[in-house]
Design a binder for this molecule. Structure first.
Ligand SMILES: [Zn+2]
Length: 601
């Protein structure tokens, strides 16, 4: 679709005038976004964002698999095929939970967020998340952009002032945001529904709808409704434009598209975008000096602000990713859990389209259902489920990465069960993949002591293998391109099994005495096969894959192993005669009861 062009020049801050000039520049040289990777590949730009993790509270595996991890796998895969990837994320720092957590820790919110952001960045680094930039929604860039969007929306007549009744908690001495009012859900009767949403039935709520409301901070039941003046984004005026915009999108998981449609009806309510808080983006409007923007208004804007900060640090132009000219030669994919769908299909695109400026909007939203913990929802606030840190203390990241991607909740909720996790990971990674690498490298080292000698023509077994592997690698690539993570993992697992079957059938250890050239050929094919098996799995298990590529004396660069362009060439072509000097491979860790006890504690 065509983003609407800006109308009028009123009060447009300088960076945006510059941005408009950039817009024309990009229009004139659309092909400049294509680049040469050193191969004969002309590649596309892809912008990947993961939903912003909230800064306070320990992150659990449910947070990871619902957005961060699949986004990382997709970013890694695209780097492998030579795309110009930008993978950004940030901590979502504003709002009451931070204010309250900071007060409890005796810190001001800024200082509290400095520490919490650093801790999360470290957790994600340990998990191998390969952000190009991991920013912060409290960054000055995001403050400026959020206020800019507000001014544009206000100029477009999409902001309305209204009095709202808000919950005042006398015992807490503060207004309580919706989620800090607890009570009984009027729809399903759950006793712990929050004032913004009932987790049990998924209904969005207003605090006034709760039966027997109480403060989540103090338990105060003497809550009072008070009038306070607030700003609303007139989403109701944007329904037709948002529906028209949605008509032009494709490739979304069906449940995400239908969730989006279910919001974009005549019943869509305007959204209050200000709050009575001090920690947040100030509202630049007379009479609103004591208020800040609602965290959900400023958080998605941080995708753009994080890009600006990334670009500023590298001398790149953020407009290449976010301004209209970028759209033609690039894709933008958002990864998020299903609870974030309304904000990414209504509020955020409403902000972008409503601004009247040519901002790029998302092409594909890859949404996820929940990962549950033995049947219950993972929850930071309720301390249920596995925290990322505990998981990493117990076992290497790749074991979690593999299981979570192989079981990603793409079409329905998935239950994490410790026993199933152990059985799956031990079978796939230790018994199939790890054992294959270990067996072949150990044999190669002991039989040939040095580079595996050339010689021996490929036979029928090898030609059949090469044809089969070529088609399997193409299938895995197509599944990654389509963001079908479970299928990609299942096909990767099937490729490993096929590789094991070849080694079993060709059995170089039984031919090495009577036919050394044949044993050498089989060993070279097997080493190349392992390199392929590891390379196509690298986006999911980067650490294990890199170790395997090193162990087989691989030719691939371990930093970002290029996606195999020609599997047949690696197995039985000229490249298969390249000298390989394998080294022993450490066995893959087997998950035992003690690891699971440590992780689930
Ligand atoms: Zn409910």
């Amino acid at each position: 679709m065509r983003a609407e062009r800006a109308t009028g020049e009123s009060a447009e801050p300088k960076p945006f005038r510059a941005a408009r000039e950039g817009f024309f520049r990009v229009c004139g040289f659309g092909a400049s976004t294509l680049f040469h990777t050193g191969r004969t590949l002309m590649s596309r730009r892809i912008l990947i964002t993961s939903a912003l993790p909230y800064v306070s509270g320990a992150k659990h595996l449910g947070n990871l698999v619902g957005s961060l991890l699949p986004a990382d796998v997709h970013a890694r895969f695209h780097r492998q095929i030579g795309s110009d990837v930008l993978f950004v994320c940030a901590t979502d720092e504003h709002g009451t939970p931070t204010e309250i957590a900071a007060a409890r820790a005796g810190l001001d919110p800024r200082r509290f967020c400095d520490d919490a952001h650093a801790r999360q960045a470290e957790t994600y680094r340990r998990f191998g998340l390969s952000f190009d930039h991991f920013g912060r929604s409290s960054a000055s860039s995001n403050h400026a952009l959020t206020q800019h969007f507000y001014r544009r929306l206000d100029a477009a007549g999409l902001i309305a002032e209204r009095d709202v009744r808000q919950v005042w908690a006398p015992a807490d001495g503060r207004y309580l945001p919706d989620r800090y009012v607890l009570g009984t859900c009027p729809h399903c009767g759950d006793a712990d529904a929050r004032g913004d949403q009932c987790d049990a039935c998924g209904t969005l709520l207003d605090p006034e709808e709760l039966v027997a409301p109480r403060s989540a901070v103090s338990g105060d039941t003497g809550l009072i409704l008070r009038e306070s003046r607030h700003l609303f984004l007139r989403q109701s005026a944007l329904v037709d434009r948002l529906n028209g915009w949605l008509d032009t999108r494709s490739g979304w998981p069906p449940f995400v598209a239908s969730l989006a449609r279910s919001w974009l009806t005549a019943d869509l309510k305007d959204r209050c975008i200000t709050r009575d808080l001090s920690w947040g983006v100030p509202v630049p409007r007379a009479g609103f000096e004591e208020k800040v923007f609602y965290v959900w208004f400023d958080a998605p804007i941080a995708y753009i602000a994080a890009t600006q900060d990334w670009a500023a640090a590298r001398g790149r132009d953020w407009r290449d990713w976010w301004w209209d000219g970028a759209v033609r030669d690039s894709r933008y994919v958002q990864f998020l859990g299903k609870d974030n769908v309304p904000f990414h299909t209504v509020s955020f695109p409403g902000t972008l389209l409503g601004s009247g400026e040519p901002w790029r909007t998302v092409d594909v939203i890859k949404g996820f259902h929940w990962l549950t913990h033995e049947g219950d929802k993972f929850s930071t606030s309720r301390k249920r489920g596995l925290s990322c840190d505990a998981a990493l203390d117990a076992l290497p990241a790749d074991l979690w990465r593999w299981w979570l991607i192989a079981n990603a909740p793409e079409t329905a909720d998935v239950s994490f069960q410790a026993a199933r996790f152990a059985a799956d990971v031990n079978k796939d990674l230790a018994d199939v993949f790890g054992n294959l690498v270990q067996r072949v490298t150990r044999f190669a080292v002991s039989a040939f002591a040095g580079p595996v000698p050339a010689g021996g023509p490929p036979g029928a077994l090898e030609r059949a293998l090469a044809a089969d592997v070529t088609s399997r690698v193409a299938t895995i690539r197509a599944q990654h391109e389509a963001r079908e993570f479970r299928r990609a993992a299942a096909e990767t697992r099937a490729l490993w099994a096929r590789a094991n079957a070849y080694v079993q059938d060709a059995a170089p250890w039984s031919t090495v005495r009577r036919d050394r050239p044949r044993a050498a050929l089989v060993t070279r094919v097997a080493l190349g096969l392992i390199e392929l098996c590891a390379t196509v799995a690298w986006s999911i298990i980067p650490g294990l894959a890199a170790s395997a590529i090193t162990a087989v004396g691989g030719t691939a660069t371990v930093a970002v192993p290029e996606w195999p362009a020609d599997a047949e060439d690696v197995l039985i072509g000229d490249r298969s005669r390249d000298a390989r000097r394998p080294i022993p491979f450490e066995p893959v860790v087997k998950v035992g009861a003690e690891n699971l006890d440590a992780a689930c504690r």
